[in-house]
Ligand binder design. Structure first.
Ligand code: ATP
Length: 356
């Protein structure tokens, strides 16, 4: 049978008869992407904003073999020819896609690891909800009419960036005291413990936890450190904080490793499975790393508030393997897993199923 063909011959043209070069932006999770690529024998290329960052000198095993320095990453399209000449395969990351813009990224004439069609479904909150709810995954309630609000809520602006610009309110009355003038969604604020679950879907692997024609792997989990919300409780109630002019933000400052109760793993896999299956029906499937971001309540019900359909920075805590990925292959990082998938696709002549 085999997975759907995602890449046309035209997209794959620059890779004909040569080994690809793994390329990504010099930020986010680039260290493990380059490190993993190198371990699997790939040449690597770092796309830098301005001068290449000096910190690579401190990490020789993760320093890219060559750099492409651009004044603005958003202008990467103008350098597509050079990237094609290098045989580049772009690995999308949150920063990469944000700098270039999802629409422009999805049209770049350079091979990309994974299915670019996913961007259209992930970057639009409404379409993302259609996908996830259509998959049968539990999500926080969405309020279209504020009169229905019967508990704490979080207000998210469309296009809110970098964890800023959220409003938290304990009830409807408190929400009414805020001025909200931009397009937004009001969501139930779920009280529980956050888990950011790192999955990898391989359309090529015909062993393991089978989903579709391929297999689903669990490579790790993290929790984000979010300034300043994570520490606000030390200062007392929201109303007092607001009176003091302190507004909660969810700016990510780092990540910590976590594991989930083993008895919850069946549900974790079921969630990943349903999301992948729905993605196959909707747009030919997600390929490679993705992260399901949610909250486990005291009733042990998991609410998914977001999906990131590419490598997330939380995987950086596991460059030498995680308590889960170590049982897939010793010392396996998500970055290395990408390189392994690419290598397998080359040896089996199936690049069109993992690139787009
Ligand atoms: P990013 O794209 O950087 O992941 P975003 O702007 O899409 O961010 P979300 O990921 O949806 O925003 O939410 C940011 C943070 O807000 C989450 O990491 C989590 O801590 C908190 N959060 C989001 N939705 C809820 C919810 N329904 N209940 C409780 N907390 C939430």
């Amino acid at each position: 049978m085999g997975a759907p063909r995602l890449a046309s011959d035209k997209v794959l043209e620059p890779l004909k008869g040569r080994d690809p070069t793994i390329a990504t932006i010099c930020s986010h999770s680039s260290l493990q992407i380059f490190h993993g690529a190198r371990l699997e024998g790939f040449r690597t290329l770092g796309i830098a904003r301005g001068r290449p960052p000096r910190f690579y000198d401190a990490f020789p095993l993760a320093k890219p073999d060559l750099f492409l320095a651009l004044p603005k990453v958003a202008e990467i399209g103008e350098h597509a020819e050079r990237l094609r000449k290098e045989g580049a395969v772009l690995v999308p990351t949150g920063s990469f896609v944000e700098y270039v813009g999802p629409e422009r990224f999805s049209k770049l004439p350079v091979p990309v690891f994974g299915n670019r069609k996913v961007m259209e479904w992930e970057s639009d909150r409404e379409k993302e909800r259609l996908w996830l709810e259509g998959a049968g995954v539990r999500m926080p309630r969405k309020f279209t009419d504020p009169s229905e609000i019967d508990g704490p809520v979080i207000v998210k602006y469309y296009g809110a960036k970098g964890g800023r610009g959220f409003i938290l309110a304990k009830n409807r009355r408190e929400l009414e005291s805020h001025k909200i003038d931009e397009p937004h969604v009001i969501q139930e604020y779920v009280i529980g413990t956050r888990y950011y679950i790192h999955f990898f879907y391989s359309p090529l692997n015909d062993r393991g936890y089978r989903v579709g024609d391929g297999s689903l792997e669990l490579l790790g989990m993290d929790r984000r450190d979010e300034a300043n919300i994570d520490e606000l409780y030390k200062l007392g109630s929201q109303e007092e904080l607001l009176r003091a002019g302190i507004h909660p933000t969810f700016v990510v400052t780092g990540n910590v490793p976590v594991v989930i109760r083993e008895s919850l793993l069946p549900e974790v896999f079921e969630i990943g499975e349903k999301i992948v299956e729905r993605s196959i029906d909707l747009f030919g499937g997600m390929v490679g790393p993705f992260c399901v971001e949610g909250i486990m309540t005291e009733k042990l019900e998991f609410y998914v508030f977001e999906i990131s359909t590419r490598i997330v920075a939380g995987t950086n805590v596991y460059i030498n393997g995680s308590p889960y990925s170590d049982m897939v292959a010793p010392g396996l990082s998500t970055g290395r897993r990408i390189a392994i998938e690419l290598k397998r696709a080359i040896s089996e002549g199936r690049l069109a199923e993992v690139l787009s």
